[in-house]
Design a protein around this ligand. Sequence first.
Ligand code: XMP
Length: 327
Amino acid sequence: MTNDRRPDDMTRITTPEQAQAFIDQQITALRAQIGGKKVLLALSGGVDSSVVAALLIKAVGRQLVCVHVNHGLLRKGEPEQVIQVFRDQMNANLIYVDAVDRFLDKLAGVTDPEQKRKIIGGEFIEVFAEEARKLDGIEFLAQGTIWPDILESEKGIKAHHNAGGLPDDMKFELVEPVKILFKDEVRVVGKALGLPDSMVYRQPFPGPGLGVRCPGAITRDRLEAVRESDAILREEFAKNGLEGKVWQYFTVVPDFKSTGIKDSKRAFEWCVIIRAINTTDAMAATVENIPFPLMQHLVERITHEVPGVNRVLYDFTPKPTGTIEYE
Ligand code: XMP
């Protein structure tokens, strides 16, 4: 395939015209590589896999088979958005797998963060491989590998570049149409491909999803409290001009309860922790100065709208000493 490595003199893609030139060039290369065969893609709805999907849909249409695995740890509205954008608007060949019970049953009672990550990653590959085995004639596997992934795997930091850890008997040729791009370029290309801003400019979201924001053993009710409080935080940040300004923001619901009062009765319930940080490279981070009236409004909404929550706390800890996520 052409463009295996990023040419040293490649100009950074910053304009719609440059993005369009890249898209045209990739469509030609993808058609040459794939011909009339079928391609499989795990479509999470994150920026990289969404841009890869949109590029492949333009190049080979329904020869691309997208598999969206809902593992129950996605943010509110994400699975619905994947279906709406790709199946409804782009007419993608999309398989939606509801694996929520399967993941949450496996995770029940598991408290160790690394063990939780392993279960989520391992189960994801199993579900994806099961779907792949049901399909006939797939010869290619598309991946949203980007240039920093390749640089990091070359330096031995990440074992990224490995066909997603699929079982050895599943051999596919890789299709990696954004692998010479930096993240900001992927966003410019995504915008030019017509993907919604909420997908293109989304804040970073860890692979294990809300699972790392539900510290300790994940329970369905606490996970729901994370999802609902996160949705309120995102809605209020968008309304108040903080979306796109603050690098990453989310909520965490730790596994402890405290005494409170609701409807004049004692309420022994969870607390929601708000985290809102700024950084350039995620190696160090500072805490966003959220205006106090907005903070009060967030407390009001979260304690009234999220079942099982009677307190809201703000995490003032920079990185270091705190990491961005809690697990
Ligand atoms: P930490 O918590 O290490 O996070 O300060 C730094 C950045 O990485 C994201 N993060 C992850 N991303 N899988 C991912 O894909 C993970 O397991 C993971 N853990 C942390 C985190 O959201 C932050 O942007």
